[in-house]
Design a protein around this ligand. Structure first.
Ligand code: C2E
Ligand code: CA
Ligand code: CA
Length: 570
């Protein structure tokens, strides 16, 4: 039985081609062949039909063996290429082999032909298998085995590409991250096999919802991503809605209808991130918030960051920080304009993280509120500050102590009782304590705030409104609160030097506070000019870097005895 062989013969002589075919038949092959002798015909033959082998003459009137070889290579085809020539000399043969021909045979001595073909076919097969294996490896490196969708690596590549294109064309790119709700429960109840099939169906439904040019990827678990090149936020929102709609119809697995819901987070280049990593991270934050808000989908906003998984990990550690004594209080003095002396200090919390170093309060107070950790944190701050107050008192320094409360603290009906206990245990008079509450915290808790503040006030604790001017509180309302002091926000005081508007706000806040019978403190006094201006306007007290930054207790003790604003201790 002869072996079929598809051979392209590049040869100008019909007779030589016939001889060659006869040779092949003798050698046990059953050749199907075509004879060509021009570049165009060779190209057509290579492009339109599949071949096992090319046997080419070296020189022809209109064409040459080397040109045929180059053409094959240009077309990206890898076939055994054997040159068969009557004229070829040693030197030319070497040149042909160098160019990539696999062998050369003399027309007048064809005995080597059949063994050469056998060997080259075998080698070609090996090369082809290796190529396929390589392609498979490459495919697997860039695709998810379960759904055959692009994986995280490929998504990342395409996202980078899309960003480059968008940069050139000055257009946005949208990235959607999607996570199935309750997939773990589905997986646990129905089994992993059905869970896998569900993921496959979700993947294919996503694919059908989108355009060819969009990339749907599976990032792992029940997380999918959709990349929309050159898409505005309206389009991204539309696609998110389309996806939610597409998922509404239940999936059917083993005749079981399974309802699936998803949460989608959207981030856009360049508004939310400049590169692939930051976009992925931000879409992830938006997705996370969408999931918890049960809102379906959400576009990233910077405020969402406080909910990010990274922040939440930090919150896990904050819990420990409170117990393992990683929190510190720094104290910033408040100076009375009339006496030019310190009257009290504000306690400001810092976190001395063992690996991340010093973390400022702005980075963990907000998230601590979200996670309820603000309760134990405030308790720690109150205890530490009040104890410090006692220590200074025992050393003969009577300083009032101010502590910041946050929004959530005002919702805690236990707070006044807790506070009374600490004051009692330290034998510190309630009148020495001042609690600072922001305008917005009060406005967010109007009903509770009135109750809690009234109780605190009844205990004799002083109350002040922090960051005054940044919120939208109604004055009529503030007037009814048992508050003794307002603190003008740092931003206005710092802005005073350059911004007329800020000057007007500061000045009228001082007047307004006085008209309501309140004391007015300015925060953010950074230089002599501000100090003098505020004094001239009749402001009562000041706090700021000009006098002192917030300091650890021992440094503040030194400051008290050395600074002109302080007073000798003991
Ligand atoms: P805040 O209550 O308005 O505190 C004043 C902030 O202004 C402090 O920042 C202080 O270091 C800073 N500051 C003081 N003088 C100047 C100045 O002259 N120039 C400038 N540029 N800044 C000045 P800090 O310590 O980073 O605290 C930030 C915020 O974190 C505080 O704002 C407060 O809202 C919150 N916070 C700090 N400690 C606590 C706490 O124990 N509990 C609660 N709930 N919040 C706290
Ligand atoms: Ca404050
Ligand atoms: Ca403030």
């Amino acid at each position: 039985m002869s072996t079929p062989l598809r051979v392209l013969i590049v040869e100008d002589s019909e007779d030589d081609a016939a001889l060659l075919v006869r040779e092949l038949r003798h050698g046990g092959y059953d050749p199907t062949f075509e004879r060509v002798d021009t570049s165009a015909a060779t190209k057509t033959a290579l492009e339109q039909r599949a071949w096992d082998l090319i046997i080419s003459d070296y020189s022809m009137p209109q064409f040459s063996g080397l040109a045929a070889l180059a053409l094959m290579q240009q077309l990206g085809i890898d076939l055994p290429f054997i040159i068969m020539s009557g004229t070829i000399g040693e030197e030319i043969a070497v040149q042909a082999m160098r160019a990539g021909a696999h062998d050369y045979i003399m027309k007048n001595n064809p005995t080597r032909l059949i063994p050469a073909i056998e060997r080259e076919l075998r080698d070609a097969k090996i090369r082809q298998d290796r190529r396929q294996a390589d392609e498979m490896v490459k495919y697997l490196a860039y695709h998810d085995a379960l759904t055959a969708l692009p994986n995280r690596t490929l998504l990342h590549d395409r996202l980078q590409q899309a960003i480059l294109t968008a940069q050139r064309e000055k257009k946005p790119v949208a990235l959607l991250l999607m996570d199935l709700d309750h997939f773990k429960e589905i997986n646990d109840t129905l089994g992993h096999d059905r869970g896998d099939r569900l993921l496959q169906q979700v993947g294919s439904r996503l694919g059908k919802t989108l355009r060819e040019s969009d990339t749907v990827a599976r990032l792992g678990g029940d997380e999918f991503a959709v990349l929309l090149p050159l898409a505005e936020s309206e389009h991204a929102t539309l696609v998110a809605r389309k996806i939610m709609k597409a998922l509404e119809e239940p999936f059917v697995i083993d005749n079981l209808p399974i309802a699936v819901e998803a949460s989608i987070g959207i981030a856009l280049y360049p508004d939310h991130g400049e590169n692939a990593d930051s976009l992925i991270q931000r879409a992830d934050v938006a997705m996370y918030v969408a999931k918890h808000a049960k809102s379906g989908f959400m576009i990233y906003r910077p405020e969402l960051d406080q909910h990010s998984p990274k922040k939440l990990a930090l919150m896990g550690e904050l819990h420990q920080a409170i117990e393992h004594d990683q929190l510190r209080l720094h104290y910033q003095p408040k100076i009375d304009f009339k006496t030019r002396r310190v009257t009290g200090v504000e306690a400001l919390v810092r976190w001395q993280h063992p690996e991340r170093g010093f973390i400022p309060p702005d980075q963990f107070i907000g998230p601590a509120e979200q996670t309820g950790l603000i309760g134990p944190l405030t308790e720690w701050v109150l205890q530490t500050a009040i104890r410090q107050c006692r220590t200074w008192r025992q050393a003969g320094t009577s300083l009032n102590m101010a502590v910041n409360l946050s929004t959530r603290n005002l919702q805690d009906p236990q707070l006044p009782r807790q506070l009374a206990k600490v004051l009692d245990a330290c034998a510190v008079d309630a009148g020495c304590l001042e609690l600072e509450i922001t305008e917005s915290a009060i406005m967010m808790n109007q009903a509770n705030a009135m109750d809690v503040l009234t109780r605190l006030n009844a205990m004799g604790v002083g109350l002040s409104i922090d960051d005054f001017g940044t919120g939208y509180s109604s004055l009529a309302y503030l007037k009814r609160l048992p508050v003794g002091t307002i603190k003008i926000d740092t931003s206005f005081v710092i802005g005073m030097a350059t911004n007329e508007n800020d000057r007007v706000i500061v000045r009228s806040t001082i007047d307004l506070g006085h008209n309501l019978g309140l004391k007015v403190i300015a925060e953010g006094v950074e230089n002599k000019e501000s100090w003098q201006q505020l004094r001239d306007w009749g402001c009562d007290a000041a706090q700021g870097y000009y006098m002192s930054r917030p300091l650890p207790a021992t440094d503040l003790t030194t400051w008290l005895s050395t600074s002109p604003w302080g007073f000798a201790v003991g």
